[in-house]
Design a protein around this ligand. Sequence first.
Ligand code: XMP
Length: 333
Amino acid sequence: DWVMQGHIAEAVESIRQQVGSEEVILGLSGGVDSSVAAALIHRAIGDQLTCVFVDHGLLRLNEGDMVMDMFAGKLHAKVVRVDASQLFLDALKGVSDPEQKRKIIGKLFVDVFKAEAEKLKASNATRKGAAFLAQGTIYPDVIESGGAKSKKAVVIKSHHNVGGLPEQLGLKLLEPLRDLFKDEVRELGVALGLPHDMVYRHPFPGPGLGVRILGEVKKEYADLLRQADAIFMQELRSTIEPNSGKSWYDLTSQAFTVFLPVKSVGVMGDGRTYDYVVALRAVQTSDFMTADWAELPYALLKKVSSRIINEVRGINRVTYDVSSKPPATIEWE
Ligand code: XMP
């Protein structure tokens, strides 16, 4: 619409003013905020922007390829993909405490990003070296960092919208979404041509599957979880609730699969199986501070369960989490 196109034109002009002929580096996570920031800045300055996408190996099925497809493939933005999955797996070896895992992932993420940014700063790819670090900080982040509410919130902020990093890298900060609320960011994303499904995705934690695999993170677990979760998401998106005409994906605020590193007994054909368990989690909430478990239709749960058990070799039991927040949290870790 006209209003939005006006906003975009204004934002584009202001980014051009601020950046001039200098170069910008942006950390792309695949999340809504960094994606919209990337699309907007790319609209404004094209190849003066280089996105750095650190793949920590704890993303969902095909997520990394989808990010590359969208930004490098469709938008023709410059994107450097850093495959750091082995690095993260090695660093997480033997670690089972949730906060410890968060710290390790957050720190390594910053280290890897920083190393890449240093390289870019020095390289010809950025002709004169980069001068700006762009971040997808949105208005609620700005407020929150004024008075962090919980320890987790601090960790969240220190993970993706990295405090102190611009100074350490000797870069100026570019934050074109600073004045926008989440719904405005989403509208902007759609207006910039990002796919609806990408812009209206449920939130996904920075540490990714690292906190959805209970205890120690292993590649085997991550691979099983990715397959199971993809099935759950597929069925949520394709099952329409007749009264609202909306999918169950859109009717829930956040839904995902959790990997439980315990084995239980099952039967398959003539044989006995002894395989892993996953839990399905789906919640409805307006602020993520409190949340109700979603009353998904039994038929949907049935289909997801039977598909996971039949299609994912290594999982023989599916449970549904019927805990509300509080006292349970939305994530299991
Ligand atoms: P909980 O589990 O605390 O989650 O009820 C509330 C919201 O925060 C998200 N979450 C995180 N996001 N890094 C993030 O970026 C984290 O470490 C993290 N832990 C929880 C969670 O997905 C939910 O949306």
